[in-house]
Each structure stands twice: as structure tokens, then as C-alpha cells.
Design a protein around this ligand. Structure first.
Ligand SMILES: NC(=O)c1ccc[n+]([C@@H]2O[C@H](COP(=O)([O-])OP(=O)(O)OC[C@H]3O[C@@H](n4cnc5c(N)ncnc54)[C@H](OP(=O)(O)O)[C@@H]3O)[C@@H](O)[C@H]2O)c1
Length: 340
């Protein structure tokens, strides 16, 4: 007998990611029995239009999760930690966008169409990877399958939307102030973001890397089931771009590899679009990728520092594949695989 349609809740519905999740639930035609929208007390009472109906955003409380089968959460780590036991206790499945549970052993960390099988191991919580890791996975998975990754270096150029609504507003206000020669005190960032590049995302760890950089290394290994000791190094910078993260990626492989082979594999990979004609100035930029689903790849070339090395440029909408799109794809998989 087919399972009953799920009751769904969006936790963090008034945030940047939550709003995108809501849009994509509609775009991907997710079938549900009922849906509710939750936020903190601050935005409770906000009216939302969804599929031709008006909904009132409610303040999230433990009782909000009574009868809810799947919760799509993007309300920050502390909120997820607060509500996860309440959701699981009531039999719900939490698909969480925060970093709170990503590296926990019992929590599958999944990019849809990359490691779907891991979903079957969930014990109530499924984690959505960090945005800069997410866009890389659809690119690295088919290349790892064919040529086996030996070493990986990633440099990220991350948009302000990755830091939430406050950060988006700060780029706008800071830019206006800078153009008018006015004083500006940063709040969302440690330094002024207008006309600047900030080599810090999240806090620093003891090894001199930031948490964001270590997330890329650790999450990549967990998702692709790579050996713990495989060398991965990342430098993450915040750039004054509203949306879409860019990444310069250098990969050394075990097997011999050519740029043409990589181009062909990626051209035929799910969720990836290759734009790679530099002689005609054709390569992906943040403007190409904002608001659409594919992870774009270009500038595919032989890496001159590694044996069997490839360098490439990878751009994607961090709010979509980096957060909301993968969250909703995971929800779709959980429904299809009847894992709720
Ligand atoms: N932006 C990205 O690219 C990205 C990518 C991957 C993961 N994430 C993660 O997704 C989460 C949200 O990011 P965002 O950019 O959407 O942030 P945001 O724009 O600041 O939105 C935060 C949302 O969480 C709600 N919230 C905050 N505290 C709450 C509480 N105690 N109870 C219930 N709801 C609460 C807020 O409600 P109010 O409106 O009432 O404040 C709002 O709806 C973060 O964990 C972030 O790390 C973001």
C-alpha cells in the first residue's frame, strides 16, 4: 500500500534559504498532505502566499512538530539543535541546512544524485552539506569514479547571500556609503565588504584554517567516501557579489586524465553544465548561475603543478544547489524512497 502523503514544515521560512526552499517545493512539484511555515517569534504572523493560498507564519515551538513527517530546516545551528530532539521524538525526519549535525556519525550528509544510498542510514536527521562543498560534489563525483582523486585544492570566492539577509543588506548599504564617501561600520562581516575581498568565512580553527575551509575538506571526504588521510586544502574568501559562489579547483588524480575527457564526462553528468570556450570569452560567471539549477564548469585545463592534474572553474547559485535546491531534492528522495 502506498504511504500516506507527508505533512511538511519549513523551519526558518522567513529567511533567505527558507524562502528559496518554499519556491522550489512548488517548482519540483513536491506532493504533500499539509504544509506549515515556522520562524522565530520575530516574524511570526507574517503572511506568505504559496500555491495560490495565504499562510500565516507561526512561531516554532515543540508542539509545532506534532504530526509533521518531514521538516526542512534553515534556521541556524542552535535552532536545529533545540528542535531536532522534538522532531525526532514525534517521528519526524529533519533535513537540516545548518552545520550542527553534518559530521555526526549517525547522520547521513547527502547531495541528491551523488550519495542517495546514504539516506537509508538516517535515524531521524539528514544533513545538507555546506554551500561551497555542495556545488563541488556533482562535479567531483563522476571524476572520482573514473580517475580517483589523489589530492584536492579549492579556493572559494563566496557571495554575501551565503551569510543571510543581513549580509545582503550590508553589501547594498556599504556600497552606497562607499560611493558617497560616508563612514560605515560593518556588522555582518569583520571588515567592510564593499569593493573588498575578505579572507575569512566563519571562525578560525587551531590549525590556521577557518571552519568554512575545514567544512569543505571534511564534508567532501564524508560525501564521496574518500579516505580520511586524502589531502584536501581550501582557502575561502568572501567577495562583494550578491549571489552565487565561484571556486577555483585543482585536482590531482591517480589515473591519467586529459581536459577533453573531463569535459566529456561533465557534459554528460547530472546537474552540471559545461561552458568552456575561452577563445570566445565563454566561461561561467556568477551572473550566469544565479537563479538557476546547474552547477556550471569552465576553464577546464591541465594543471601545471600536478602529475595527472586538472584545474577548473566552478560556479553555482549557493542558495539553490548550495542550500535550498538540495534540501528539496532530499525531501523528494525521502518521499520517493519512503524514508519518513
Ligand atoms: N545562505 C546560504 O547560502 C546558506 C547555505 C547553506 C546553509 N545555510 C544555513 O541555513 C541557515 C539559515 O540561513 P539563512 O541565510 O536563510 O539565514 P536568515 O536569512 O538569517 O534566516 C534565518 C531564519 O531562521 C529563523 N529563525 C532564527 N532563529 C529561530 C528560532 N529560534 N526559532 C525558529 N526560527 C528561527 C528566522 O526567523 P525570523 O525571521 O523570525 O528571524 C529566519 O526565518 C543557517 O544555518 C545557514 O548556515 C545557509
Amino acid at each position: 500500500m502506498a504511504k500516506q502523503k507527508a505533512n511538511i514544515a519549513i523551519l526558518g521560512a522567513t529567511g533567505v534559504v527558507g524562502r528559496e526552499i518554499t519556491k522550489i517545493i512548488d517548482e519540483l512539484n513536491i506532493e504533500f498532505n499539509a504544509i506549515k511555515f515556522l520562524s522565530s517569534a520575530k516574524s511570526a504572523g507574517t503572511k506568505l502566499n504559496f500555491q495560490g493560498r495565504e499562510y500565516t507564519v507561526e512561531e516554532a515551538k515543540p508542539e509545532s512538530f506534532d504530526g509533521v513527517n518531514i521538516v526542512l530546516a534553515s534556521a541556524g545551528g542552535s535552532t536545529s539543535k533545540l528542535f531536532a530532539p522534538e522532531i525526532v521524538k514525534r517521528g519526524g525526519v529533519l533535513i537540516d541546512n545548518s552545520s550542527a549535525f553534518r559530521m555526526e556519525k549517525d547522520v547521513p550528509l547527502v547531495i541528491a544524485y551523488v550519495n542517495d544510498e546514504d539516506l537509508k542510514k538516517h535515524k531521524g536527521i539528514i544533513a545538507n552539506p555546506n554551500c561551497s562543498t555542495s556545488q563541488l560534489m556533482l562535479v567531483l563525483k563522476p571524476l572520482n569514479e573514473k580517475f580517483k582523486i589523489k589530492r584536492l585544492i579549492v579556493s572559494t570566492y563566496q557571495a554575501v547571500s551565503g551569510a543571510g539577509l543581513k549580509a545582503i543588506n550590508e553589501l547594498r548599504e556599504n556600497t552606497k556609503a562607499a560611493l558617497n564617501n560616508e563612514e560605515f561600520t560593518p556588522d555582518a562581516f569583520k571588515k567592510p565588504i564593499a569593493f573588498n575581498v575578505i579572507p575569512q568565512i566563519d571562525v578560525f580553527c587551531e590549525n590556521g584554517y577557518t571552519k568554512e575551509e575545514m567544512k569543505v575538506a571534511n564534508e567532501t571526504k564524508k560525501i564521496l567516501h574518500l579516505p580520511e588521510n586524502l589531502p584536501i586544502s581550501c582557502t575561502a574568501a568572501r567577495v562583494p557579489v550578491f549571489n552565487s559562489h565561484s571556486e577555483a579547483v585543482d585536482i590531482e588524480f591517480e589515473q591519467k586524465v586529459s581536459p577533453d575527457e573531463v569535459r566529456e564526462i561533465l557534459q554528460n553528468s547530472f546537474g552540471v553544465q559545461v561552458i568552456d570556450n575561452p577563445e570566445n570569452f565563454e566561461y561561467p560567471t556568477t551572473r550566469d548561475s544565479s537563479g538557476v539549477d546547474p552547477v556550471f564548469v569552465g576553464r577546464i585545463r591541465k594543471n601545471l603543478a600536478f602529475d595527472n592534474g586538472i584545474s577548473l572553474w566552478c560556479v553555482a547559485d549557493n542558495l539553490r544547489i548550495g542550500a535550498a535546491l538540495n534540501t528539496v531534492r532530499l525531501c523528494k528522495k525521502v518521499i520517493e524512497m519512503e524514508l519518513y
